[in-house]
Design a binder for this molecule. Structure first.
Ligand SMILES: Nc1ncnc2c1ncn2[C@@H]1O[C@H](COP(=O)(O)OP(=O)(O)O)[C@@H](O)[C@H]1O
Ligand SMILES: [Mg+2]
Length: 345
């Protein structure tokens, strides 16, 4: 498999800088998600790695070799897009074999690879169908098979699940993750959906305005976002202005002891909703105790989100729905210091 590196990559379109100075290290066999809002530069980054766009500056390396000048056909990358663009007049097997056929691969080899790949993507039973006779998920599997049959050293997917409904998206994510792990193929997956990125990727590269904002494992990104913008994009709710002094953050609802390193001065304190414990009576532990009143409650089946008014602050607490706490109930919140994150940017 192939390691991919971006070094100081920039892309200008006329006077507009779409990508500025991105450094990115993708290990061989790793699945990396490029995550960010629409227009942040994900597709542009992917297209440069594929060789469909030439960087204005910087280098792209495959296994340490600069491929910036290497044409797309020679890079041996596979691309899967949101629109499947299958040939409507060809059966599944003809669609899948097409890439090898145009390359002039010999017939016996095409047949062998076709069998293998139809097994891998579980499409054997649909091989004689036409695209119009397939569901969205099956079509997407054909698109993936069509790419994989050429044995790409890097697989790239640009929002491949955006057209599918929620349940199917979940199934396809698991399918892609499983396939990628079995084949061990270096994969770059573009998405604007943070849940999708976290579920799929070994590491997530968050891109804002053409800049790499953070590059981290999903749990690190979720628990320790590097800035307010990243926390916000990852769906963080309890982020409060705070003044840091030593290992204490003073927020509108009181002072909290925390464990992480932080510099004295103004910052933000982040409390993950599921990291907070909610008590119906005053708990014995007095450290990091916040008193409040339940002001709202949302039921999500497995989970309940309580909004707790603590002075002027509203703190959201997520609990498994094993119990139902009444509205207006007086409650005490506690949070251990090692579950508190301080954001300094
Ligand atoms: N060929 C192009 N010419 C001019 N501007 C472009 C071109 N391709 C992309 N852009 C601009 O670059 C920015 C990043 O686009 P893109 O990479 O497609 O974003 P994303 O995939 O994250 O939605 C956008 O502002 C877009 O309008
Ligand atoms: Mg895009």
């Amino acid at each position: 498999m192939t390691a991919v590196q971006l070094k100081g990559v920039r892309k200008d379109f006329g006077g507009f800088t779409a990508i500025s100075n991105i450094d990115l290290d993708i290990r061989s066999g790793e699945l990396v998600a490029l995550l960010g809002p629409s227009g942040c530069g994900k597709t542009t980054t992917l297209r440069m790695i594929a060789g469909l766009e030439v960087p204005s500056d910087g280098q792209i390396l495959f296994d340490g070799k600069d491929v910036s000048e290497v044409a797309v056909q020679k890079r041996n990358v596979g691309m899967v897009f949101q629109r499947y663009a299958l040939f409507p007049h060809m059966t599944v097997e003809k669609n899948v074999a097409f890439g090898l056929k145009v390359r002039g691969t010999d017939k016996a080899e095409i047949e062998q690879r076709l069998e293998d790949i139809l097994d891998v993507v579980q499409l054997q039973q649909f091989r004689h169908r036409f695209p119009a006779q397939l569901s969205g998920g099956q079509m997407q599997r054909v698109a993936i098979a069509r790419t994989l049959i050429t044995n790409p050293s890097v697989l790239m997917m640009d929002e491949p699940l955006a057209n599918l409904d929620t349940k199917l998206r979940g199934e396809m994510r698991r399918f892609i993750r499983d396939l990628q792990q079995r084949l061990g193929i270096t994969t770059i997956f573009v998405t604007h959906d943070q849940i999708e990125a976290m579920e799929l990727a070994d590491r997530v590269a968050v891109i804002f305005d053409g800049k790499l904002a953070q590059y981290d494992a999903p749990d690190a990104l979720y628990k320790r976002p590097g800035s307010i913008d990243i926390a916000d994009f990852m769906g963080a709710t309890n982020v409060f202005e705070a003044m840091i002094r030593g290992k204490t953050a003073t927020a509108p609802f009181g002072s909290l002891a925390f464990a992480t390193d932080a510099t004295d001065g103004p910052a933000h304190v982040m409390l993950r909703g599921e990291a907070i414990d909610l008590h119906l009576a005053e708990p014995p532990e007095t450290q990091n105790q916040i008193r409040g009143r339940v002001s709202a409650r949302e039921f999500f089946g497995a989970n309940i989100t309580y909004t707790v008014a603590c002075g002027d602050a509203q703190i959201q607490v997520i609990e498994q729905s094993r119990r139902m706490v009444d509205l207006d109930q007086e409650v005490w919140l506690t949070i251990p210091p090692d579950r508190i994150w301080i954001i300094q940017n």
